[in-house]
Write a protein that binds this ligand. Structure first.
Ligand code: CAA
Length: 276
C-alpha cells in the first residue's frame, strides 16, 4: 500500500495514514487503502486498533481539496458515500478503535476521528470543520457525529463559523478524552515528543483493552453503538441480548471462575481469554 501503514504489536495494531506531503489528506486512494486494511485485520489475533497519521504535524488535514475541486454534484455525492462507507466500517468495526490525533484533524480528519471509539490527542492538535468556508458541507459524517458527540449547539457553532479549536477546547467540550504533551528533563531538553508520548498513551490504553475478555469488549461496543441509535426501551433489550450472549463462553467461565478462585495468586492472574 502506498498511503496506509499497518503494524501489529502482539494483540494490538496500528494503522497509520501515511501521506505526509499532503498532511495525510484523504483522497480516493487513501480511502480505498484504508478500507482494504480494515478488511484484512486478523480478528483472531488483534483486539484493539489505533488510528494515527504520519509525522508530528498532522493527523489528517481533511478530504483532498484538489481532488474535490472539479467534482460534479453526482460525483460529489459519490465521494461523500465513499468516505461515509469507510468511516462507517471503522465505526462498526468489531473491535475498539482509538484515534491518536497527532496535530491537524480538520474536515475529514475530525470526521474520521469521530468514527473511532475513543479520541486522545497531542497538545498541538487542532480540530475543526472548515467546510463551510470551502463552499461545501462536512461530507464524511461531520454534520451527524459532531452533534451527537458534543452538544448540538457547539457542533453548529463549529460548523457554521468554520472555526478551528485547539486541544484544550476539544477536551473541554468532550471531543477528546485526553491531551498528551511532550516531556522534558530538568534542563528543559525534550526527552519525548508529544507524538511519542501520544503513541505510548494510545498503546497503553489499547493494551488495557486487549487484556479484557474480547467477546465481552466486542459486545460492549455493539451495545453502546446500537443502543445510542434507538430509544431506551429498545436499547436495554439490545443490552440484555448481548449480555446473555456472553454466558457459556470460555471467557465468562474463566473470568468469573478466576474471581471466585480462593487462591489469591490465581484470583489475580490474567485470564487466557479467547477471541471469537
Ligand atoms: N487537501 C489537499 N491537500 C492538502 C490538504 C487537503 N485537505 N491539506 C493540506 N494539503 C497540502 C497542501 O496543499 C500542501 O501541499 P503542497 O506542499 O504541495 O503545496 C501541503 O499539504 C502542506 O500544506 P500547507 O502548505 O497548507 O501547510 P500549512 O502548515 O501552511 O497549513 C493547514 C496547514 C492549516 C492544515 C492547511 O494545509 C489547511 O488549511 N489545509 C486544509 C484543511 C481543510 O480545509 N480541510 C477540510 C477539507 S474539506 C473536507 O474534509 C470535506 C469533507 O468533509 C469530506
Amino acid at each position: 500500500m502506498e498511503f496506509v501503514l499497518y503494524e501489529v504489536k502482539d494483540r494490538i495494531a496500528i494503522i497509520t495514514i501515511n501521506r505526509e506531503s499532503a498532511l495525510n489528506a484523504l483522497n480516493s486512494q487513501v480511502l480505498d487503502e484504508l478500507s482494504e486494511t480494515l478488511d484484512n485485520v486478523d480478528l483472531e489475533q488483534v483486539r484493539c486498533l489505533i488510528l494515527t497519521g504520519a509525522g508530528e504535524k498532522s493527523f489528517v488535514a481533511g478530504a483532498d481539496i484538489a481532488e474535490m475541486s472539479t467534482l460534479t454534484k453526482k460525483e460529489g455525492e459519490a465521494f461523500g458515500k465513499k468516505g461515509n462507507d469507510v468511516f462507517r466500517k471503522l465505526e462498526t468495526f468489531p473491535i475498539p478503535v482509538i484515534a491518536a490525533v497527532n496535530g491537524y484533524a480538520l474536515g475529514g480528519g475530525c470526521e474520521i476521528s469521530m468514527s473511532c471509539d475513543i479520541r486522545i490527542c497531542s497538545e498541538n492538535a487542532v480540530f475543526g470543520q472548515p467546510e463551510a468556508g470551502l463552499g461545501i458541507t462536512p461530507g464524511f459524517g461531520g454534520t451527524q457525529r459532531l452533534a451527537r458527540l458534543v452538544s448540538p449547539g457547539y457542533a453548529k457553532q463549529m460548523i457554521y463559523t468554520a472555526r478551528n479549536i485547539k486541544a484544550a477546547e476539544a477536551l473541554r467540550i468532550g471531543l477528546v478524552n485526553d491531551v498528551i504533551g511532550a516531556t522534558a528533563d530538568e534542563a528543559g531538553n525534550v526527552t519525548a515528543t508529544a507524538k511519542e508520548n501520544l503513541m505510548a498513551a494510545a498503546e497503553k490504553m489499547a493494551n488495557g483493552i486487549a487484556m479484557q475478555a474480547p467477546i465481552a469488549v466486542r459486545n460492549c461496543k455493539k451495545a453502546i453503538n446500537e443502543g445510542l441509535q434507538t430509544d431506551i426501551d429498545k436499547a436495554i433489550v439490545i443490552e440484555e441480548k448481548l449480555f446473555g450472549d456472553c454466558f457459556e463462553t470460555e471467557d465468562q467461565k474463566a473470568g468469573m471462575g478466576n474471581f471466585l478462585e480462593k487462591d489469591k495468586e490465581k484470583k489475580l492472574k490474567v485470564v487466557p481469554f479467547k477471541n471469537r
